[in-house]
Design a protein around this ligand. Structure first.
Ligand code: SDX
Length: 441
């Protein structure tokens, strides 16, 4: 499969201080256009400055295509709407990591490997008991993931060309163990005994069982809840070069093993501007409900704050229209709450908030629409997942994307250590004054 852009033969001319540099024009398989500035500094002595990399492509990738203006999202060419409706999360994970949907034999093998690797080393259980009572599960998740590299050292950091087999085992271990670690961190937080994975349950049902069953009360696994969880994990599975995926690629570019690279991604995802927003949305809705303020009044206060206060779950770096994932999650809210017979006042608040914001020029003029985080927490709440675990759920979903992107980076012959440039604006050269020179020096 061609995973490289095409040189269109066109060039963009850059004239700088009397010299003209021809920048090759590249195009991707969906017609995206890029200027190749690989020779810029050598030819002009200048670097580019692009805060937040709004205009900078860090790589070429064949994994996920999204069009922020049209609200399009596809994994390896398949529309996310189709995958959410017709596939299971483990099949989409296989697609992202391997580049094709699994056939029956590959599905069986993948499922058996996920079962085989679902337990974690018994010594790791004790780690959970050393965390303070209110330890945030994202801190535990990242620490546990990087600790996996100590129990499974098959991915050494110093062999540039890791054998494919070792990488695939580490990827499968991570896919299966992250789910177990997440469930164990929840059980520890509520003081209940760990529930081990079962080989007779599929991925999502297994997770729900580890989360909610107990020695005295088996968990009633509802197919509609399993389906809703599959959809949520699929919708979070990858999203091209977002902040946490860029962290995984950047850390991985130093030839760090997969576990340590994913642990970096988990830390980046935790941020309230990124994956941590799903927990912030519920905090925001609970604050509005508890304050007795009208939604309209709250929205006005956000506008008046001039960016200091945010409407969490709104806005996106790339989507300048409704996030296609938010549309699907919003539809799922209704069905899941009906099945669980849950009437959540926060859902009514969320609907009202969206309706008011979508009619307000402040948000419309800034292309601020609901994103993937706006409604996901409503479903997690209805299932019984506490809000501190919402970003852990995001990480569970995003894991196959992180793995796929980490592998793609390593397999790319243009793969280089990522080390951006800067524009220095500090003091010019100066020397120590006599009074600064240490008498002990
Ligand atoms: C995810 O990148 C990905 O793909 C991420 C993700 C994925 O799947 O990996 O999609 C997951 O992280 C979704 C985003 C979750 N974050 C939130 O919901 C937090 C709230 N959103 C904002 O923090 C913000 O919208 C960002 C960070 C998501 C995007 O911000 P940008 O692209 O840096 O845009 P910006 O900050 O320059 O904002 C432009 C304007 C500013 O106002 P002005 O200076 O023009 O007057 O819009 C305003 C901002 O103040 N603005 C908001 C707002 N988001 C932007 N105002 C109120 N509420 C908001 N949510």
């Amino acid at each position: 499969m061609n995973t490289h852009s095409t040189d269109t033969g066109e060039t963009a001319e850059l004239t700088f201080r009397g010299k003209t540099l021809s920048l090759p024009v590249l195009t991707g398989s969906e017609g995206e256009v890029a200027l190749d500035i690989a020779n810029l500094r050598k030819a002009t002595g200048a670097v580019t400055r692009d805060y937040g990399y709004l205009n900078t492509g860090s790589c070429e990738s064949a994994i996920t295509f999204l069009d922020g203006e049209k609200g399009i999202l596809r994994y390896r060419g398949y529309p996310v709407e189709e995958l959410a409706e017709k596939s299971r999360f483990v099949e989409v994970a296989y697609l992202l990591i391997n580049g094709h949907m699994p056939d029956a034999n590959e599905r069986r093998q993948w499922s058996s490997l996920l079962n085989q690797h679902s337990m974690m080393h018994e010594d790791m259980r004790h780690f959970f008991y050393r965390y303070p009572e209110r330890a945030h599960p994202m801190a535990i998740l990242s620490a546990m993931v990087v600790s996996l590299s100590t129990f499974y050292p098959e991915l050494s950091q110093h062999r540039p060309d890791e054998p494919e087999e070792a990488i695939n085992i580490a990827a499968t271990r991570l896919m299966s163990k992250l789910r177990t670690i997440a469930a164990f961190s929840y059980k520890k937080s509520i003081g209940e005994p760990f529930v081990y994975p079962r080989h007779d349950l599929k991925y999502c049902a297994n997770f729900l069982n580890m989360m909610f069953s107990s020695p005295v009360c088996p968990y009633d696994i509802k197919p509609e809840v399993v389906q809703a969880l599959n959809v949520l994990l699929i919708l979070h599975a990858d999203h091209e070069q977002n902040c946490s995926t860029s962290a995984v690629r950047l850390v991985g570019s130093a030839r760090v093993n997969l576990y340590a690279s994913v642990a970096a991604g988990i830390c980046a995802l935790w941020g309230p501007l990124h994956g941590g927003a799903n927990q912030m949305v519920i905090d925001m809705l609970e604050d509005i409900l508890a304050s007795g303020r009208s939604v309209k009044d709250y929205v006005e206060s956000v506008k008046a704050s001039k960016g200091k206060e945010l409407l969490y779950g709104f806005g996106h770096r790339v989507y300048k229209t409704y996030d296609p994932r938010a549309k699907i999650i919003k539809r799922s809210c209704d069905s899941v709450l009906k099945v669980l017979n849950v009437n959540d006042p926060l859902l009514d608040l969320a609907f009202e908030l969206e309706e008011i914001a979508m009619r307000d020029d402040y948000f419309v003029s800034r292309n601020l629409y609901p994103n993937v985080d706006f409604y996901s927490g409503i479903i997690y709440r209805a299932i019984g997942i506490p809000k501190e675990m919402f970003t852990v759920m995001f990480a569970l979903g995003r894991l196959p994307g992180w793995i796929a992107q980490w592998k793609e980076a390593r397999e790319d012959p243009r793969f280089k250590l990522q080390r951006p440039r800067q524009i220095y604006t500090g003091p010019r050269i100066r020397h120590l004054e006599p009074e600064h020179i240490s008498s002990e020096a």
